[in-house]
Ligand binder design. Structure first.
Ligand code: UDX
Ligand code: ADP
Length: 457
């Protein structure tokens, strides 16, 4: 039996350890966090995050070989392998503010591991970190005078929220990076053996530490770049009467380009894309490559334009003013099938509409609590309503901001009857039947397609 510890019980730590526990009944896995409420939730029937299939996996292994605890120090002492998945937010002070990763939580964790260890351990970087963080970790951890040795291994997370369990069960690949020393390679093999319990070995890629750290940033940068690229073209479509769905299909059928991640939208969100690109930009600047930094930064600039231009189009369509008008946002989560609202386009659009003095109503099946917490400073100006029919009642406009499939199934005849006319729908995800909505009487504004309106002249 190996004692595996995971520090950080968030979106990454919780689901990852639950799936490892399921496939490795021979190992004992403990997940710790400083947040007592979060740990209490992991121990209850109301898990702290919503993720399809997560509840089932957790209940099948909890208190058998998966345990949740706030006793960090004792569990560090008992662990053989420690996964670290604490948060690494963007630094908001000092050098690299707004770009570089804030590594203070990581460094504190490293020191805590050192202080509470009386045996050598493998420490696995699970959080996304700037390239060469492992080196700093090694230096801190191996600065002890006790003959303890820590191998640092990088094992970046590629799971996407909403499909986390599926992504863990059948990943495209698992990446494990380590030192090219005998001890470093042994540490890599120890982590390979965990994943090999259920993942074919050819899908487990091993590299050096730095390639592994950098690959995570690059994968996210490439994915985000595709979305910004298709969104850039969507703006052109709206003016030229080309249709972004047709363009994306035509372009994506080229096998060199591929069809995935070409869904034009109001803008990408989530905890990773913006943070990781900013991190990449900072690294490029730090290493004297300003042109490379500017190239990647444009992916974020485009995303910010996409969100603000969406609001501009709303205001323009609604006779150049939304002041005092009721606008209902369908969705608060940054994507479907998650309760996560971090960097969600919905929140950006909400704040921009409040700046225009609109009355905003937000509905979402799972993310309203997080939305209320994120919008705490303006929450008393917003109505949070879980029922989309009640939320849309008496509104001038609906904006679809999360691609929850249930929003495509609503009875829009009934919704239209209860709205103020002329009624507007801004489909920031292109999930609705636009011709049908137009037929009902809505003025319809998709992404990347010319609007369909009942106005003449
Ligand atoms: C991402 C990466 O996909 C994952 O590999 C990494 O581990 C973490 O970051 P995640 O942020 O959970 O995962 O979600 P993802 O599915 O990548 O979507 C990110 C954002 O892009 C969402 O707001 C989504 O709605 C948007 N998106 C995605 C689009 O607007 N269009 C697309 O075609 C795809
Ligand atoms: P991610 O999406 O990367 O998993 P989260 O914010 O969901 O990010 O989770 C990170 C978790 O790490 C949080 O629950 C936070 O409380 C926890 N955390 C941060 N610092 C520490 C620490 N020093 N010790 C234990 N847990 C920590």
């Amino acid at each position: 039996m190996t004692n595996i510890l995971c520090i950080g019980a968030g979106y990454v730590g919780g689901p990852t350890m639950a799936v490892i526990a399921k496939h490795c009944p021979q190992h004992r896995i403990v997940v710790v966090d400083i947040d007592e409420q979060k740990i209490a939730a992991w121990k209850s029937d109301h898990l702290p995050i919503y993720e399809p299939g997560l509840k089932e996996v957790v209940s099948s292994v909890r208190d058998k070989n998966l345990f949740f605890s706030t006793e960090i120090n004792r569990n560090i002492a008992e662990a053989d392998i420690i996964f670290v998945s604490v948060n690494t937010p963007t630094k908001d002070f000092g050098r690299g503010a707004g770009r570089a990763a804030d590594l203070q939580y990581w460094e504190k964790t490293a020191r805590q591991i050192l202080e509470n260890s009386n045996s050598s351990k493998i420490v696995v970087e699970k959080s996304t970190l700037p390239v060469r963080t492992a080196e700093a970790m090694e230096r801190i951890l191996n600065s002890n005078g006790d003959n303890l040795f820590f191998d640092v291994v990088s094992n970046p997370e590629f799971l996407a929220e909403g499909t986390a369990i599926q992504d863990m069960e059948t990943p495209d690949r698992v990446l494990i990076g380590g030192r090219e020393t005998p001890s470093g390679q042994q540490a890599v093999q120890a982590i390979v053996e965990i994943y090999a319990q259920w993942i074919p070995r050819e899908r487990i890629i091993t590299t050096n530490l730095w390639s592994s750290e950098l690959s995570k940033l690059v994968a996210n940068a490439f994915l985000a770049q595709r979305i910004s690229s298709i969104n850039a073209i969507a703006n052109l479509c709206e003016i030229t009467e080309a249709n972004i769905t047709e363009v994306a299909h035509a372009v994506g059928t080229d096998s060199r380009i591929g069809p995935n991640f070409l869904q034009a939208s109001v803008g990408f969100g989530g905890s990773c894309f913006k943070k990781d690109i900013l991190n990449l930009v900072y690294l490029c600047e730090y290493f004297g490559l300003p042109e490379v930094a500017a190239y990647w930064e444009q992916v974020i600039t485009m995303n910010e334009f996409q969100m603000s231009n969406f609001v501009s189009k709303m205001v323009h369509a609604m006779f150049n003013t939304v002041a005092g008008k009721r606008i209902t946002l369908f969705g608060a989560a940054f994507k479907a099938n998650t309760s996560d609202t971090r960097e969600s386009a919905a929140l950006t659009v909400c704040r921009a509409l409040l700046d225009e003095h609109a009355q905003v109503i937000i509905t979402d099946p799972y993310a309203l609590d997080n939305a209320r917490a994120d919008l705490y400073d303006v929450a008393d100006e917003i109505i949070f309503e879980p029922d989309p029919y009640l939320a849309a009642r008496d509104s001038h406009a609906i904006a679809v901001l999360t691609e929850w499939p249930q929003y495509a199934q609503l009875d829009y005849d009934s919704i239209y009857r209860d709205m103020v006319h002329p009624s507007f729908i801004f489909d920031g995800r292109n999930i609705l039947d636009h011709n049908k909505l137009y037929g009902i009487g809505f003025n319809v504004y998709p992404i990347g397609k010319p609007p369909q309106t009942h106005f003449t002249g």
